[in-house]
Design a binder for this molecule. Structure first.
Ligand SMILES: Nc1nc2c(ncn2[C@@H]2O[C@H](COP(=O)(O)O)[C@@H](O)[C@H]2O)c(=O)[nH]1
Ligand SMILES: [Mn+2]
Ligand SMILES: [Mn+2]
Length: 301
């Protein structure tokens, strides 16, 4: 089923393409959650429920690919025990500030891991990966991030090239082992970090770049209602337009993200599995284990 029915998504009769528009509750995700839960049972069982992670020693079913999901490692990978799997997915915040030294350290860690393929996106902490953010920061004389101010532009101009041990996605996709994976770093504006955009049309413009036919979506932050609860503020902070895009247009089998460290865990809506794989806790301790997930191989692979 496509959860919920709303004026916020409609199928164009001639093209069969679903168009997502800005949700009336876009700017207040906590209110959006309550509204859609009461009026559409949108986050209710039996379709929506928590999922237990599979134990690492579970044999992989034949004809499946095992994905290992991590996120928000924040340059703290030293003690993280990595399980068996085929493809690593890292959904951003692999550094504290995107310093080239941190990126190199992360790339070395990736190089030490045995996975056949590693796919990585940036998060709001990868400041140097967001070119527009860096141009603005230069104008502000770097007052917010003193250690970034020590960098010369040539040190970070081509920071992506330091990631030699993975496939880096930024509003782009790749097909690996027959799975089409799309990755995008944008999150709702929060304290003016990298890859921040206002809720509403600005973020929806980014989600509208996600093609149909994606098997796995990687974003840094959660969609509304799925592992997006911030207990210290009693707020849901997931993006409403991202949820509508995922459930009503793109419909990936797996949506992997992090961003909200407190939301670590797995849920399903009955079709898409949502994995918040934040390795670091809210106090930035890297104690949440990587989450493994098996997907049946696409027929053509
Ligand atoms: N109320 C909100 N809290 C947020 C949001 N994004 C992040 N956070 C909180 O910060 C930590 C760490 O995030 P990081 O990007 O600095 O690593 C996260 O776990 C939340 O507690 C937000 O949009 N709204
Ligand atoms: Mn983080
Ligand atoms: Mn983050």
């Amino acid at each position: 089923c496509v959860p919920g029915s709303s004026a916020m998504a409609h199928r164009m009769p001639t093209q069969g393409k679903v168009t997502i528009t800005v949700d009336e509750y876009s700017s207040n995700p906590t209110q959006a959650f309550t509204h859609y839960n009461i009026n559409q049972s949108r986050f209710q069982p039996p379709h929506v429920h928590m999922v237990d992670p599979i134990p690492y020693d579970t044999p992989k079913p034949s004809g499946h690919t095992r994905f290992v999901c991590v996120s928000d490692t924040h340059s703290r990978t030293d003690g993280v025990q990595m399980p068996y799997g085929d493809v690593l997915l890292h959904t951003g915040d692999f550094t504290e500030l995107g310093l080239p030294s941190e990126v190199k350290k992360f790339n070395d860690w990736l190089g030490s891991l045995p996975y056949e393929l590693k796919v990585v996106i940036a998060g709001n902490h990868e400041l140097t990966f967001d070119k527009d953010f860096m141009s603005e920061l230069v104008k502000q004389d770097y007052y917010r991030f003193p250690s970034v101010s020590k960098l010369k532009p040539e040190d970070f101009d081509n920071v992506q090239s330091l990631l030699t041990n993975c496939i880096y996605l930024q509003d782009s996709d790749v097909t690996v082992k027959g799975f089409r994976i799309y990755g995008t770093p944008w999150t709702p504006w929060f304290n003016g970090w990298g890859f921040n955009l206002p809720r509403g049309q600005s973020l929806l413009d980014k989600w509208n770049l996600i093609p149909e036919g994606i098997d796995i979506l990687m974003t840094h932050g959660p969609p509304l209602g799925f592992r997006d609860w911030v207990p210290k503020e009693l707020q849901r902070v997931g993006c409403v337009e991202l949820l509508n895009t995922v459930q009503r247009r793109v419909r990936p089998k797996l949506h992997a993200f992090g961003g909200i460290h407190e939301g670590y865990g797995i849920m399903t809506d009955g079709y898409t599995t949502f994995i918040n794989a934040s390795t670091c806790t809210v106090s930035f301790q890297p104690t949440n284990p990587p989450i493994v997930f098996d997907l049946p191989n696409p027929p053509s692979s």
